[in-house]
Design a protein around this ligand. Structure first.
Ligand code: ZN
Length: 313
């Protein structure tokens, strides 16, 4: 009975969400997920779906890979049928034809959202790293490309040897706009408090054709680098546009997900996805956006498990 009630509540929510859109969605988006070494993709992927669907701009499909260690040859999504691919994936290598199809998709003008740990996999796949611009872990080091960060107002590309990717304990931190004129950032405050999250630092990669939209100061109090680390940025690759957000940690073995309930995370994801799909942003900045003094959480995007979504069918 409890399950039925839960399903009814979820169904009401989903129907409510769908019926609130007056027109057919303009863009087709594909969320790629199914493996994530240190994160619970069964929580994050459905939340990403809800966040993007609630703009009424996107119709969403999900491509789920086989489990870790399984034969990946069946993983052949048709990227070219979509306007946008949202990467929520950190796992086994894709088959060669899938890798080629993804690179072609981006080259030909496809949009990509790189979400949090989606910059962790494939350290040796050259084109993937050009598309994401910066990445972490996977034994990345000085051969992967420079560290990229700000020191006051100077953008630094630092070729010093060392690991790629780290973070200290999760905490709330200030996100500071670096490119207020970019369509994704227009109308957002100059700085705003992000909810408790990991702060990725020491990312490194080819870092070509990238535009840093926002940074966050990695405070040494939280084992930070003492640098202003890029947290939101765009990349262009061929005709393709990429929006990369390092925000939004969803850990395993927890039922609290403050990072993906942050109004700042949600809004920038929605705006970044639209820009990646179209080159424009039509969405208004919500009035309840966080400011430099306080966080804003929107717990309306429930961490809905995939099992709960499947139970609706
Ligand atoms: Zn994380």
């Amino acid at each position: 009975m409890k399950k039925i009630i839960l399903s009814m509540i979820i169904l009401a929510g989903v129907v409510g969400l769908m019926s609130s859109c007056k027109e057919e969605a303009k863009y087709k988006a594909l969320i790629v997920t199914g493996q994530n070494t240190a994160h619970d993709w069964t929580v994050s992927a459905p939340v990403l779906k809800q966040i993007l669907e609630s703009t009424c701009l996107f119709s969403i499909q999900t491509a789920t890979t086989p489990e870790k260690g399984a034969d990946m040859s069946s993983f052949t999504p048709e990227f070219s049928k979509f306007d946008l691919v949202v990467l929520d994936y950190d796992g086994d290598a894709w088959p060669e034809p899938t890798k080629s199809a993804f690179v072609e998709f981006v080259k030909n003008g496809g949009g990509v959202v790189v979400y949090h740990a989606a910059n962790n996999p494939f350290p040796d796949w050259k084109e993937f790293n050009e598309i994401t611009a910066l990445g972490g872990w996977g034994n990345r080091n000085e051969n992967s490309g420079p560290y990229v960060y700000y020191r006051k107002d100077s953008l630094i590309r630092d070729n010093a040897p060392g690991r790629g990717g780290s973070h200290g304990p999760q905490h709330e931190y200030l996100v500071e706009t670096r490119n207020a004129e970019h369509p994704i950032m227009k109308g957002l405050p100059a700085s705003w408090m992000h909810t408790k999250d990991e702060l990725y630092q020491q990312l490194r990669g080819p870092a070509e054709n990238m535009d840093i939209l926002a940074t966050a100061y990695a405070d040494t109090t939280f084992k930070g680098t003492g640098r202003d680390e890029p947290v939101l940025f765009t990349v262009t690759y061929g005709k393709g546009r990429i929006f990369h957000t390092v925000l939004g940690h969803v850990g395993k073995k927890t039922d609290k997900y403050p990072a993906i309930e942050c109004a700042g995370f949600i809004t920038t994801l929605q705006r970044g996805a639209e820009w990646a799909a179209s080159g424009e942003v039509s969405q208004e900045v919500p009035v309840e956006f966080p400011n430099s003094a306080s966080t804003v959480e929107w717990p309306g995007y429930k961490p809905l498990k995939n099992e709960a979504v499947a139970a609706l069918d």
